[in-house]
Structures are given as C-alpha cells and as structure tokens.
Design a protein around this ligand. Structure first.
Ligand code: ZN
Length: 491
C-alpha cells in the first residue's frame, strides 16, 4: 500500500468518528432524555479527545511526509490539500492555548446565556475580553504575520479575505438601507390570525421537503428548539420547529435545512467518508440553504403552489388569495433579531456584526465600547433604536463561543445564492411554471449537477464561478432583492 492509501484509510476512520460525534450531538437535541445530559457531555468530550489525538498524531505527519505528490490525480491532490490543511491548523495552535480556549468559551457560553436572560451586558464583558484576547493569540499563531481576521475567516471560508468581503458588503449596504426604509413606510398586509395545528405544519413540512428533493431514505426530520442539519453522505438529518400562529417559521426553516441537507446528500458517492465528502465552506453551504428557502421557496410561483397546499391542510386560514399570501410570506417588518429577519434586513444584521467583530479582532474596537457602537450602527441602518441588550449586542451565541469570522459567511452565502439564481434562471427555461406546480426538480437538479456533486473538490469561490460562468459579486443579489421587494410593495 502506498502512503497515500494509508493516509486515506486513516482519514476515512477519522471521518467516521467525526460523524459518530455529530450523531451524539443530533441525539442530544432531539431524542435524549434531559437526565442524560451530564453523561452525554462526557461522551462527547471523550470523542473530541480521540479526534484531536488523531488529527495531530505523529502517524499523520509521517504519512503526509511520505506521499508521492507527483503521482496524484486532481481528486487525490484535492484530498491531500484538505488533509494537509487540517493537520497544519491543528499543529500551529499550541495545545495549551487550544485547551484554554475550549475552557473559556464553554464558561463564556454559560455566562452569556445568563447575561442575555437578564439583559446584563456588564456581566458578559469581562469573559468576552478574555475570549477575544485568546482568539487574537490563536489568530497570531495561524496568521504567521498575516491579517488576524483573515486567519479566522479561513476556518469557515478557505481563501476568502476580509477586504474582499468588505468591498462586497459596502456595495450592498446603501441599497438595502434605502429599500428597508421604503418597505417599512409602505402599506403592510393584515397579519395572520389563525391557529395552525402542529400536526398540519409537520405534514406540510414533509411535503415541502419532498418537493425540494430531500431523500427520506437517507435522512429524517425531527423537532428541535433550533432548526439544524446534521450529518453527511447517506445519513443527513434535519430538524424543524412549530409555532401555532406562525406556520412560515416551520415551513421555511424546513426548506432552509433541506437546502443544507440536499447539498450533503448530493455529493458524489465516490467521496463518501473522505475530506471531499462534505460541503466545501460555510458560505457555499449557506448559498444552498438560502437559494432553496428564498429565491425558490419564497418566489411568487412557488408560494402560489404552497398557498393551495396550506388550504388543503388547514382549510380557509383567513388569507384571500395567492397574491396576499405572497406578500405575507415576504413581509418586511420592524424587528431586532437576525434569525427572524426578512430578505431585505437580514444582510444588514450580518454586515453590522462583520464590521464590529473585525474591528474587535484587529484591536480597533474595545470590548467596553461594543454595545454603544452596536446601538449607534443599528439605529443608522434599521431606523429605530435597540430597546434592550437581548435584542442587541447579546442576541447571538457566536462571540461567546469564539466563532469570529463565521458571521460574514451568512451574507456571502446570500451573495453566492444571488449569483447562482441568475445562472439557474438562464439554464432552466420555464422555471416559474414548474415551481408554480410544486416541481423544484429541474432547479435542484441543476444545483446538484453544477455545484453540490463536487463536494470539496474545488475551492469555494471557484465552484461558484464554475457553476455560474462568471466571477461572484454582490450585484445579482442586490438587483434580485430590489426587483422583488419593489414588486411586493409596489414601490
Ligand atoms: Zn443555514
């Protein structure tokens, strides 16, 4: 056996163990009895110990050194690139620093949850300072003299640079702010006033998942507090949630997670249990969930079909016709919470967080000034002031957990979805007629064949450019959002 084959079988076994660890996490959020949480934490910590030892083992470094690189084809070279990168990352961060980060972020997460519940920013700031300082140390180890924030982005979006993101986001922001203002001043549809049964919502959740091509033979849908997708290849599970007055929360959470899950299910089976067998980056992953949820799922064509499905399940739920239903699904509302935001305001939330966390990591913003800067920026972009910290600087879990460089991938995913949608419309004539009949198969088939199947074979921006036939930019997303919401509000 060659060193490459030995390396790949070692990597396969590591990947299988990672998937087992992931399934322990899925179980904890869906099935596990509450009294089992302490032992589950120990089980998961033990798995992380095993995984860390494998990722940094001397066997890995010997095998990596022995591979005959010249003999590899394109797939082999890409596999090696992923394995080498993961090994280098683990090796660059001193074990002591990694352990300290794990301890402090676990503590910070608990302090943050209490601080959010009590709207007490001051209680969170001391531990946040420690987390930011440790993350800066980690970034210094990873960046080797380069940009600290770029080093953090690289964990989620390999190859992407903060300057590139800032250029795209700065070009998006004025158009979104102006559109947000015009939409909030326009006439709004009457709100839903109906009790939507949980049984009916879950039934429809299965119907829309099926319409978007989710393979129930290799996955399942369960309920959880926060919707998520988990797993890869031939076992990709999703969760959703229900709320009696708001069926869109359930349906669009499901479609969003189906987008993530279909990406994982549709990767070339030849890459199963290898480093190429996963979605290539957070931004590309989010492009799939967002294009399923928004460009396809919230389109006039698809919502027309969905309106009929909802009437079949719930009877008359007080919405007169398809056009009113479309307006309700796409309503732009005042709100403070990123995860509940509409397509117009969502990216404004992300852009705010990107600018602030970049300044924090570069040392251009002090943790003590974070809340004031957040509140000023929020009012400038959204047009109304933050009313309490849990609706402002304390709302997201990311900063307590040390996830810096993660936020921008949400908007990058939307930017990529805008590019893919433009290309998809050109490639699939009659798309709206199909969606109006509840048939998303041509759209999801195009995404599968042009993007999802490649897994980690190409670099993130390259796989988008390959699928679209043009270099990604923010322009298609902005014109899609402007056209759509000018239509929704008659602007
Ligand atoms: Zn997502």
């Amino acid at each position: 056996m060659s060193a490459y084959n030995d390396l790949m079988s070692f990597a396969r076994e590591t990947r299988a163990l990672e998937l087992i660890a992931g399934r322990l996490g899925w179980d904890a959020e869906t099935m596990m009895a509450p009294g089992s949480s302490k032992v589950r934490a120990e089980e998961m910590a033990a798995m992380q110990g095993v995984l860390h030892a494998r990722r940094t083992s001397s066997q890995m470094s010997e095998l990596l050194g022995a591979v005959d690189v010249a003999s590899l084809d394109a797939v082999g070279a890409a596999q090696l690139r992923h394995i080498q990168k993961s090994y280098d990352r683990a090796a660059k961060v001193p074990a002591e620093l990694a352990a300290e980060l794990a301890r402090k972020t676990s503590l910070a997460h608990r302090i943050w949850a209490d601080a959010r519940a009590n709207n007490d920013v001051a209680a969170f700031l001391p531990i946040l300072k420690e987390v930011v300082a440790l993350k800066r140390q980690e970034a210094q180890a990873l960046a080797a003299g380069g940009d600290l924030y770029d080093a953090m982005i690289d964990d989620y979006e390999p190859g992407m640079k903060a300057t590139e993101l800032a250029a795209m986001f700065d070009a998006l922001r004025p158009g979104l702010v102006a559109l947000r203002q015009a939409a909030l001043e326009a006439e709004q549809p009457a709100p839903l006033d109906f009790e939507f049964s949980e049984e009916g919502q879950l039934k429809l959740s299965n119907i829309v998942a099926d319409a978007f091509g989710y393979d129930f033979n290799r996955g399942r849908i369960d309920k959880a507090v926060h919707p998520f997708s988990s797993g890869s290849g031939n076992d990709v599970r999703i969760t959703t949630r229900t709320s009696p007055k708001d069926p869109f929360n359930c349906l669009y959470s499901t479609i969003h997670e189906v987008g993530h899950a279909c990406y994982e299910q549709n990767i070339d089976q030849a890459y199963l249990l290898t480093p190429l067998g996963d979605g290539v980056s957070m931004g590309v992953h989010e492009s799939q969930s967002r294009i399923y949820e928004n460009q396809l799922g919230r389109s006039r064509a698809f919502t027309g079909w969905l309106f009929g499905q909802m009437r079949d399940v719930f009877g008359d739920f007080g919405v007169a016709d398809e056009d009113t239903f479309y307006k309700l699904v796409n309503q732009v509302k005042r709100g403070f919470i990123r995860t509940e935001a509409d397509e117009v305001q969502y990216n404004l939330h992300v852009l705010l967080r990107f600018d602030l966390e970049r300044q924090l990591i570069l040392g251009d913003l002090e943790v003590d000034d974070l809340e004031a800067v957040w509140n000023t920026r929020f009012e400038a972009d959204f047009g109304y002031p933050v009313n309490k910290a849990s609706n402002g600087v304390l709302q997201d879990v990311h900063w307590s957990e040390g996830l810096y460089g993660y936020f921008p991938t949400y908007s990058l995913g939307n930017v990529y979805a805008g590019c893919l949608y433009q290309a998809l419309r050109g490639a699939v004539p009659g798309l709206d007629d199909q969606l109006a009949a509840g048939d998303a198969s041509a759209a999801t088939g195009w995404l599968r064949d042009n993007l999802q199947t490649h897994g980690g074979l190409y670099k993130p921006a390259d796989v988008i450019e390959k699928a679209c036939g043009f270099a990604p930019s923010e322009a298609p997303l902005l014109s899609y959002i402007e056209d759509k919401f000018k239509g929704v509000y008659g602007l």
